[in-house]
Ligand binder design. Structure first.
Ligand SMILES: Nc1ncnc2c1ncn2[C@@H]1O[C@H](COP(=O)(O)OP(=O)(O)OP(=O)(O)O)[C@@H](O)[C@H]1O
Length: 321
């Protein structure tokens, strides 16, 4: 089954002994079958919170407001049983550290058989044949032998390939890859990006890729949401974001991206300042304290979402349509 996904006015706060952390505030996003969506922003801006909410896997101290719907169904209105079914079979999350996806004491083959529990029509031998084919598809050579390996016997890059294979075996309509290349070296990163590009060709569900690396987003995605301090500050087609960024934060991120520099720099430029304290988010624009274009209303009035084209939006007082 494939369907569209939307989050409307989605806010998430984490209750902690030091007060509530407002990790996500009034976020609207949408994704349609066949699209690859990128979520980008610096560490702590709420990327993982957003995708964990979409996958319905938030921790117990999280409180959620707003709505998420998938294939026309409001996830909050599903009972626990159906939420679990959706999470396991329809929505798959590939995490930054693929080791966490596997049980260290079971072979890869045995675990991948379990990932197909929804395929009641298949016997064990058929499931193993499907695994071998899927491992081949994600570029694991000698798949039959690899099925007898334990997770620690595989390299980081191979584990990430197996994690992607495991997710695809569940036939998900929504595949979320949360920083899929962060734990890998540059060569492995390039290979996993190549693999995801190949997969997108014959996958007709939605892929969401989270990264703080603009190069990864540019290579893979159709549309991008740029996040800052729990908000989506700009969104649009990948070309609009990379060639006509309008929000000062997006412009600063692009200016800091090492991939744009052809020479090796001893010190990368950084955006001066730091993220605001999310237990007390600023009253006005969240980026105002770091913004070199801030003027009178920015410190006190939350900016509107300015529509720049059918799909390009930016949340900024200084941006005009
Ligand atoms: N379980 C939790 N309890 C309390 N605060 C949390 C919890 N999980 C995340 N946070 C806080 O929520 C904010 C957003 O975190 P989140 O992990 O979503 O950001 P991120 O952009 O994915 O960061 P990174 O790139 O470092 O993974 C941060 O301030 C973080 O410290």
């Amino acid at each position: 089954m494939t369907g569209s996904l939307s989050a409307i006015d989605l806010s998430v706060r984490y209750e902690t002994p030091h007060g509530a952390v407002h990790a996500l505030r009034h976020v609207d996003i949408e994704a349609h079958p066949g699209e690859v969506i990128g979520i980008v922003g610096e560490s702590g801006c709420g990327k993982s919170t957003l995708v964990t909410a979409l996958a319905n896997l938030l921790p117990a101290n999280a409180r959620i407001d707003g709505s998420i719907s998938y294939n026309g169904v409001d996830l909050a209105k599903l009972d626990a049983h159906h939420q679990r079914l959706l999470r396991g079979d329809e929505i798959a999350l590939v995490s930054q550290d693929p080791m966490t996806a596997f049980n260290p004491v079971l072979t890869i083959g045995d675990q991948l058989v379990d990932f197909q529990h929804h395929r009641k029509d298949l016997g064990r031998a058929q499931k193993r044949a499907r695994i071998a084919a899927m491992l081949g598809r994600v570029g694991i050579a000698d798949a039959e032998r690899r099925m007898n390996s334990y997770p620690h016997e595989l390299s980081g890059g191979m584990r990430q390939r197996v994690a992607i294979a495991a997710s695809l075996l569940t036939d998900p309509g929504l595949l979320i890859a949360d920083e899929p290349t962060t734990a890998l070296d540059v060569t492995m990163e390039a290979q996993i990006i190549h693999l995801l590009r190949e997969l997108r060709r014959d996958y007709n569900g939605i892929i969401i890729v989270v990264s703080h690396h603009l190069g990864v987003i540019a290579e893979l995605c159709d549309r991008v949401y740029v996040m800052y301090a729990g908000e989506v500050v700009e969104g649009g087609e990948v070309d609009a974001i990379f060639h006509d960024a309008r929000h000062p934060y997006t412009q600063a991120l692009l200016a800091c991206d090492p991939a744009r520099f052809h020479e090796r720099l001893d010190r990368l430029p950084t955006i001066p300042g730091s993220l605001p304290n999310l237990t007390q988010p600023p009253m006005g624009c969240v980026y105002a304290p770091r913004c070199d274009r801030a003027f009178a209303p920015c410190g006190s009035v939350a900016p509107p979402l300015v529509k720049l084209s059918a799909s390009h939006v930016a949340r900024c007082h200084a941006v005009t349509p």
